[in-house]
Design a protein around this ligand. Structure first.
Ligand SMILES: Nc1ncnc2c1ncn2[C@@H]1O[C@H](COP(=O)(O)OP(=O)(O)O)[C@@H](O)[C@H]1O
Ligand SMILES: CC(=O)N[C@@H](CCC(=O)OP(=O)(O)O)C(=O)O
Length: 288
């Protein structure tokens, strides 16, 4: 008879986890899951590999994942190198013409390609595009104070549905086009929310560098409703980069997204844990 060593007890636990995933796999078959991959959530090459593997696995089991990425820290690094000063207002970058050119170069050129390559290295079919491609995201100016920052007002989802049919994983850089062909910088969270809303996604996962939305005592709140978010924002508990995230969550839910989760993208297999196990991660936001 074969003995149960410590090692094969680990295998038994792995097999059990796989087996227990069945109801979740059934629930998400054919579902659309938009994943916002924030610049702070992107780690080293190994973390990128784990993220890409999870996304390819999602596609393999019948989910339609869409990646919308950020890259704020990478943009900051390039702006510093070029000695271009940059300010944020309520988590959004004040963007002039010189800045938007750098944003496009870094996001579409560097960050997007890195994610696409990681997905393709894992055997998936990742295709990179920005909101300018195929007029995916038409924008209007956000706040005049922010310059060339756009709010998506029209999302053409045809290209995304065509990609799902072709087994392609879309990887979207948050840039948009104005009605006169001008380029807009879109906050990554805002772009992800707009795409998720237009697709009526089943889930929007916002991957960041904190475990979730924290209360005044610094504890992660695991379930949040709209009224609570509004209160925490007016109290200043939700601040900085968390403002566009929670605003996005509320907006996406209003547009028909079933639920939004804000979670730590640096935690290994964060997306799989959230979707396919009973151990939901981060803060889950639903309609009131
Ligand atoms: N109530 C809050 N709970 C958690 N994080 C918060 C809160 N208020 C502000 N933050 C800040 O928001 C940051 C996440 O936003 P951001 O840096 O823009 O992330 P990303 O690059 O992933 O989009 C956190 O690292 C944290 O410093
Ligand atoms: C208007 C605006 O703020 N655009 C962002 C776009 C990138 C982004 O959102 O990156 P993270 O998700 O990593 O923060 C910026 O210029 O930094």
């Amino acid at each position: 008879m074969r003995k149960q060593t410590a090692m094969n007890r680990d295998w038994i636990a792995t097999a059990r986890t796989l087996s227990e995933a069945l109801p979740y796999l059934q629930r998400y078959e054919g579902a659309i899951v938009v994943v916002k991959f924030g610049g702070h959530a992107m780690g080293d090459d190994e973390a990128m590999e784990v993220f890409a593997r999870d996304i390819v696995l999602m596609r393999q089991v019948g989910v339609n994942p869409v990646i919308v990425h950020g890259g704020g820290p990478m943009i900051n690094e390039m702006l510093e190198r070029l000695e271009i000063k940059s300010d944020f207002v309520n988590g959004k970058r004040v963007t002039d013409q010189a800045t938007v050119e750098v944003v496009e170069m870094v996001l579409s050129g560097r960050v997007n390609k890195r994610i696409v390559q990681a997905i393709n290295d894992m055997g998936g079919k990742g295709v990179g595009l920005s909101g300018k491609d195929a007029r995916l995201m038409i924008c209007e100016p956000d706040d005049p104070e922010l310059g060339l920052v756009g709010t998506p007002v029209e999302i053409d989802t045809h290209i995304l549905h065509a990609m799902f049919k072709a087994d392609i994983i879309p990887v979207i850089a948050p840039l948009g086009m104005g009605r006169d062909g001008e380029t807009y910088n879109i906050n990554g969270d805002t772009a992800a929310g707009a795409v998720a809303g237009a697709l009526r996604a089943d889930r929007l996962l916002l991957l960041t560098d904190v475990a979730g939305v924290k209360n005044a005592d610094g504890e992660v709140v695991t379930e949040l409703r709209a009224a609570q978010i509004r209160q925490m924002t007016s109290d200043g508990v939700i601040a900085g980069g968390m403002i566009p995230k929670t605003e996005t969550a509320l907006d996406a839910i209003e547009r028909g997204v079933r639920a939004v989760v804000i979670l730590d993208g640096r935690a290994p297999n964060a997306t799989l844990l959230e979707l396919f196990t009973e151990h939901g991660a981060g803060s889950l936001i639903r309609a009131d």
